[in-house]
Design a protein around this ligand. Structure first.
Ligand SMILES: Nc1ncnc2c1ncn2[C@@H]1O[C@H](COP(=O)(O)OP(=O)(O)OP(=O)(O)O)[C@@H](O)[C@H]1O
Ligand SMILES: [Mg+2]
Length: 416
């Protein structure tokens, strides 16, 4: 029998370039996670994943929150929030320390990660995550966990992710003005990965590309750990803009056309049931005939451009050998016909489109959110599920960002 008294509420807000999505989940005393409410509204006020208009963003957040509250019957006060955008930077770094006793202690591990973190980052950036990858004792083989090993010299390799302080501040401010306390800021591709990758993919090694509206967010996992992240500055909205400009039609029409008939691989042309589409142009009451093949001609180069950037990133950082499980595409942009097919050709590896998954019998996902569009939102919930026992108290407004950043750094210890 369900014990409502012990139910906990988890709330995630994906503040995307095209939509703001609020997910409310309830967690019962047995650990069952169920979605209790969804709120979704178009996002106004973001460009390429970054808040550019606070007032518009606040309005959209408020609207989505009210929707989710009405559906769930739960008052939303705080939430876990995603962060992305071109300001996100990442790099690997190594640290070395002398082991204090005979064997590696937790304090040595803490110190070596601290030393790996001690790198110069530009003034306006703040460390978001420090994700330990490997350890090495006395120059021997890399290991995942060095605790208790004998030696004198401990090395660590970590993945450091930084973001612009102002971008994080703007997201936090927008949420606060909408009446929502920010529990945590999570890099969006880490959240998406949580929702769509299987544990075995993460162990063996896999790449994930979340093609959103404003940015395409990439991450590589190996041995269950993040080894690389990158935010690419092109995504779904660029396809829409290309159509609007190329065909001389309004953005709204271009978006409709892209979703209904757009494709980026030539073979999909055979699947279309028409060579031409007629669209109405409200502004002058006229119509326009568009050849469906021209959609391919306009959309394909943009898809190739995104994959060229990804290919370059994979080659520059020699990542291919870390991706035996291939590439998982997610985000709304992965719904564009042919994205998977041309990725298969380009990367010569397995490619699948990832949607939020039920990984055990304790999670129930409504069909509505089994779409790549909800990967980040659902992944954020899973993050907050992991952190459910950790209470986080905010100090004054001034220290809010510092607190959230501080807390993000602290994830290191309980993620892996
Ligand atoms: N059926 C579809 N076919 C093609 N494209 C689609 C389809 N559905 C959604 N999209 C595209 O997906 C994009 C939005 O994806 P998503 O909701 O993941 O982005 P977002 O989270 O708002 O943005 P970002 O993560 O970049 O901040 C839009 O560009 C939209 O046109
Ligand atoms: Mg997104």
């Amino acid at each position: 029998m369900a014990n409502n008294f012990l139910n906990k509420t988890l709330v995630a807000i994906d503040i995307g370039t095209t939509k703001i999505c609020v997910l409310v989940a309830s967690l019962d005393y047995k650990g069952n996670l169920e979605i209790a409410g969804i709120g979704q509204v178009p996002s106004h006020g973001l460009k390429k994943g970054v808040v550019v208009n606070i007032n518009k963003t606040v309005k959209s957040i408020k609207k989505a929150v009210v929707q989710a509250e009405e559906m769930s019957g739960i008052k939303i006060e705080s939430a876990i929030i995603g962060i992305s955008g071109g300001h996100i930077k990442s790099f690997n770094s190594t640290g070395v320390v002398a082991i204090r006793g005979e064997e590696v202690s937790q304090a040595d591990i803490d110190r070596v990660i601290e030393s790996a973190k001690a790198v110069a980052i530009s003034k306006n950036q703040e460390v978001l995550h420090v994700l330990p990858q490997y350890f090495r004792v006395d120059g021997q083989e890399f290991v995942l966990d060095s605790l208790g090993m004998y030696g004198v010299r401990l090395e660590s390799q970590v993945h450091v992710i930084t973001g612009a302080i102002s971008s994080a501040q703007n997201i936090i401010k927008a949420c606060e003005l909408a009446g929502i306390k920010v529990q945590d800021l999570v890099l969006e591709q880490l959240a998406s990965a949580e929702a769509v990758l299987t544990p075995s993919e993460r162990e063996l090694g896999v790449g994930i590309l979340d093609i959103g509206g404003g940015t395409s967010d990439f991450a590589v996992y190996k041995d269950g750990k993040i080894i690389h992240t990158k935010v690419l500055p092109f995504a779904g909205n660029h396809f829409t803009n290309d159509l609007a400009i190329g065909l001389g039609i309004p953005i709204k029409k271009a978006e409709e056309l892209k979703r209904l008939y757009g494709f980026v691989n030539e073979e999909s042309y055979l699947d279309l049931d028409r060579d031409k589409v007629e669209i109405s142009l409200e502004y002058d009451g006229g119509t326009k005939n568009i050849e469906t093949y021209s959609l391919y001609e306009i959309l394909n180069p943009r898809a190739e451009e995104i994959y060229d950037l990804l290919f370059e990133e994979i080659a520059n950082f020699r990542l291919k050998s870390f991706m035996p499980s291939g590439l998982v595409l997610t985000g709304g942009g992965s719904l564009l016909a042919g994205m998977k097919e041309i990725a298969l050709k380009r990367f010569r590896t397995q490619v699948r489109v990832g949607i939020p998954q039920e990984f055990n019998d304790k999670t129930t996902i409504p069909d509505l959110i089994k779409s790549p569009i909800y990967s980040t939102g659902y992944g954020l919930l899973l993050y907050s599920l992991r952190k459910k026992d950790v209470e986080f108290e905010y100090g004054s407004d001034v220290s809010l960002v510092k607190n959230v950043f501080g807390r993000m750094k602290s994830w290191v210890w309980d993620f892996f």
